[in-house]
Design a protein around this ligand. Sequence first.
Ligand SMILES: Cc1cc2nc3c(=O)[nH]c(=O)nc-3n(C[C@H](O)[C@H](O)[C@H](O)COP(=O)(O)OP(=O)(O)OC[C@H]3O[C@@H](n4cnc5c(N)ncnc54)[C@H](O)[C@@H]3O)c2cc1C
Length: 276
Amino acid sequence: MASSSWTAPAARDPQARTGQVGQYGGQIVFGEVVSAEPTAPAPDDDLRFTVALAEGRSVTARRVLVATGLRDMLQQVPGLAEHRGHSVVHCPYGHGWEVRDEPIGILATSPASLHHALLFRQPTDDLVYFTHRAGPEEDDHARFAARNIRIVETAVQEVVGEEGALAGLLLVDGTFVARRVIAVAGQTQARAEGLDGLKLPMEGLPDNMGRRFASAMADTTDVPGVWVAGNATDLTAQVGAAAAAGALAGSHINAPPATADNDAALAAAQAADIPA
Ligand SMILES: Cc1cc2nc3c(=O)[nH]c(=O)nc-3n(C[C@H](O)[C@H](O)[C@H](O)COP(=O)(O)OP(=O)(O)OC[C@H]3O[C@@H](n4cnc5c(N)ncnc54)[C@H](O)[C@@H]3O)c2cc1C
């Protein structure tokens, strides 16, 4: 799998992607989906869906794979969103190498942030834990002290940048704590815009970690003919797992139409044999 850090997928040569998919008879449609819903089935009762695009066009599909990814629900701290994806990171595995040895701050959002701190302590010796929404318990003070993690309990007022880079955090008492990186374990939610018509069940994750489309084996859903793969159902999947889920769902998606085509051909053959 080709990849390039900090490059949005859409920025990676769209023509090359279109051409590669086209070689196999596929078609990429660039556009925003504003509605997707089941429509009248085909005469042989095989399922049909209509997917409408913002530009006004619509596409008919026999099956639907929802792979809309997720949306990060960032804390409402002034200045935080501007640095998202660069100096404001969430995943110790996705970003740990890039932020190694930097002065890192953990902006605590839930009890899960305590463990987040232990993970981000691995790539740096200079870690500050800002209690913000989730203070450590007595036990955690000792554990953090043992790993030289400093705790700041004064509320954070603002994330401060300097010439496009992160400079640090300003606290409500006026104290400034210099940091090059902030790690924040935010809530994540499957992107569901335009998909209401599919009536896909959603469910919350434990510890208020996020909300996903519910799925079962091979990314099937409770809605016949609709599959869901990648971050839309597995909020912690990275590129490899998301792509693998899409490939598995694809092979399962192909099975019912193959049967439907065969049933239709058989019905047509039988009808042709019946004398008028
Ligand atoms: C800053 C950052 C760094 C990361 N670094 C790594 C890394 O180093 N390694 C790694 O493996 N993973 C990394 N990840 C995670 C990785 O990006 C995801 O795991 C992966 O992209 C999930 O793939 P997906 O296909 O499920 O969703 P996405 O890649 O998010 O694709 C979903 C697509 O659906 C589109 N979409 C949503 N709704 C609609 C709609 N209504 N109409 C049309 N289009 C729609 C979205 O615009 C998006 O293009 C990183 C994530 C972030 C945020």
